[in-house]
Design a protein around this ligand. Structure first.
Ligand code: AMP
Length: 281
């Protein structure tokens, strides 16, 4: 028998869902005025909390692990400092400078989302060329884009590795910034091997690059990944509460529980699964 929602006494924790801070982009030092204008033109006025915490240290090229969840504004949190730094280069960067930024993502949808945000605010620096490489896309046209020169690459691990192996002119040994996006998902999806192969590839060198890890949680697996990328100094933690047990869980994950009589536990469990069918449980 399925028990109705109103009879299931589900208790849940209250999360603080306000992602915005009080700071305005126009008051942030170190962002090129063209970037400031582009932000305003795209409707970005107030910083989110994760942006307020990240932008100053990322602008100074610190290696960092940034806690983030979908919708927190994590992309701009690292994209703005990266673009601001690239825009300081003299003479201005162009296609011939090859790839200076690599953003490794678990899935194509995220690649496209990041590319879109990059193109939006990147209006401020049309000379810097971004592009995406991911599975399912025509390889020939990707090779052509690579040959012409992409300064910022957003890609999935498998496809990046493919081009390192099979596209002669594709090298990633002059990188200034590397972002490991949604590290937790990259590992959950089983991309550890591809990632290791990229890190050990002879055409890949990030020794001098700023390394930014983005993750909703900071568990032992993520720490191990960071250790394999970053052999000497540890990245600063942004947004994680130190020694907090909840670091293993994203804030937007809601823990629910209910107490029921033992003889009803199967039907209660089944009813719960039916009730939350649309959600990830
Ligand atoms: P993200 O967490 O990076 O996936 O961003 C989620 C959405 O929030 C995207 O559509 C962004 O364009 C938007 N966004 C990010 N930062 C801001 C901001 N400071 N103000 C308004 N929207 C933002």
């Amino acid at each position: 028998k399925i028990i109705g929602a109103k009879d299931l006494d589900i208790k849940e924790s209250n999360n603080d869902n306000n992602v915005f801070s009080e700071k305005l982009f126009k008051d942030i030092e170190g962002l090129n005025p063209k970037l400031q204008r582009s932000l305003l033109n795209n409707g970005y006025e107030k910083l989110t909390k994760v942006q307020e915490m990240s932008i100053p240290s990322l602008l100074s090229k610190t290696d960092a692990i940034v806690k983030s969840e979908t919708g927190s504004g994590k992309t701009l949190a690292y994209m703005l400092p990266i673009l601001a730094n690239l825009m300081k280069t003299e003479p201005a960067i162009n296609r011939k400078d090859k790839t200076l930024v690599l953003i490794i993502c678990p899935v194509r949808e995220l690649c496209l989302q990041i590319l879109e945000i990059c193109q939006k605010v990147g209006n401020a620096c049309v000379n810097i060329v971004p592009g995406a490489l991911f599975g399912g896309q025509d390889i020939k046209s990707e090779k052509e884009k690579i040959r012409k020169g992409l300064n910022i690459i957003v890609g999935t691990p498998g496809r990046i590795l493919y081009h390192l192996d099979s596209t002669e002119c594709f090298t990633l040994n002059n990188l200034r910034h590397v972002v490991f996006e949604e590290c937790d998902r990259i590992l959950d999806m089983g991309f550890k091997k591809e990632l290791t192969n990229i890190l050990e590839h002879k055409k890949f060198n990030i020794e001098l690059a700023q390394k930014i890890f983005v993750s909703a949680c900071l568990n032992n697996e993520i720490k191990e990944l960071i250790g394999s990328v970053q052999r000497s100094k540890q990245p600063v933690q942004i947004g994680f509460e130190e020694n907090c047990i909840n670091n293993d869980f994203p804030d937007h994950l809601t823990h629910r529980y209910l107490i029921c009589e033992e003889n009803k536990k199967i039907s209660v469990l089944f009813s719960l699964l039916k009730l939350l069918e649309q959600k990830k449980i």
